[in-house]
Ligand binder design. Structure first.
Ligand code: PAF
Length: 286
């Protein structure tokens, strides 16, 4: 497995691959890799001839009060996992490679970037869209794999790729969950054992809601009930909402079809995100 930290080395390899007609799959990450990331690597291996995994903790997507300094890092452990997972190349740029002196260009997404995480973390999606666009161009990937765990991020990336006519395909992968249903996330390692036990209430709440809504329950009342239960259990619920899957607009009252439940809640020092698909039945009360 090749490890590259400078753009020139990355480009020599990707040019040789492309000249040989090989398709490149990219898995963008911020490291602290878990089984969810490794599932993305496996999907990239199935979708392309060569797999690049990027590891870069992107300062541009963290706000001044956020956890950039505390974000988990484990380069040696990550490289070992990627070696075993069959990754061909790890792209490990430093901040000065990603944002060289004089760097002044940003991708400013709107549409699905507005509201929810966009409202809670001003500038977050500008940072994500900018770094992902750079990663797509640097690696010249044919396909990039993203987890559905960060549902809003996935919709923002799809929008950016479509709007900028970027020549790659975005391949989404269902969220990988622990045995109790908690969505895998690098930040979960900062939960205390007690909080980790409680955290599985979040996916259970989404599952209960999805069942109730599919059965015709009134969305607003059902959402309010679950939010109250989560708050009583100690979660600081930022939002629990039913939205149009790709635009992230609030689900229109009385509409039926496939919607998405999205949630963000603070537990201890960790902001937990999750989401689930839900079929809203035409007999549901408004
Ligand atoms: O989901 C993440 O880990 C990050 O937001 C990403 C896509 C690697 C961009 O920094």
């Amino acid at each position: 497995m090749q490890v590259e930290r400078e753009l020139a080395g990355l480009q020599v390899t990707t040019q040789a691959w492309r000249a040989g007609g090989e398709r490149i799959g990219l898995v963008p990450t911020m490291g602290a890799l878990h089984a969810g990331h490794l599932a993305l690597v496996e999907a990239a291996r199935a979708a392309a001839d060569r797999v690049i995994v990027s590891i870069f903790v992107n300062p541009l997507q963290f706000g001044p009060q956020e956890d950039l300094d505390r974000y988990p890092r484990d380069e040696a452990g990550d490289l070992e996992k990627l070696r075993r997972a069959g990754c061909d190349l790890v792209w490990l740029p430093g901040p000065a490679v990603m944002y060289p002196p004089g760097d002044a260009t940003r991708i400013e997404p709107s549409g699905p970037a507005e509201g929810w995480e966009g409202a809670a973390r001003p500038g977050h999606f500008r940072g994500v869209a900018t770094v992902c666009t750079k990663l797509f161009m640097m690696t010249r990937a044919d396909v990039a794999v993203f987890g559905e765990k960060d549902w809003q991020q996935l919709q923002v990336i799809r929008r950016v790729v479509a709007d900028l006519h970027l020549p790659l395909r975005i391949l989404p992968l269902p969220t990988v969950r622990d045995t109790d249903g908690l969505a895998l996330s690098s930040r979960n390692q900062r939960l205390s054992p007690g909080e980790r036990g409680e955290a599985a209430r979040l996916p259970r709440a989404l599952q209960a809601l999805a069942g109730a809504l599919a059965g015709g329950a009134a969305p607003q009342a059902a959402l309010a009930r679950e939010q109250e239960a989560l708050t009583a259990a100690g979660f600081g619920v930022d939002y629990l909402a039913l939205v149009v899957p790709d635009s992230l607009q609030p689900w229109p009252a009385g509409a039926s079809g496939e919607a998405r439940l999205i949630v963000a809640a603070q537990l201890g020092s960790v902001r937990l995100l999750d989401n689930m698909p839900v079929m809203i039945s035409s007999r549901s009360e408004a």
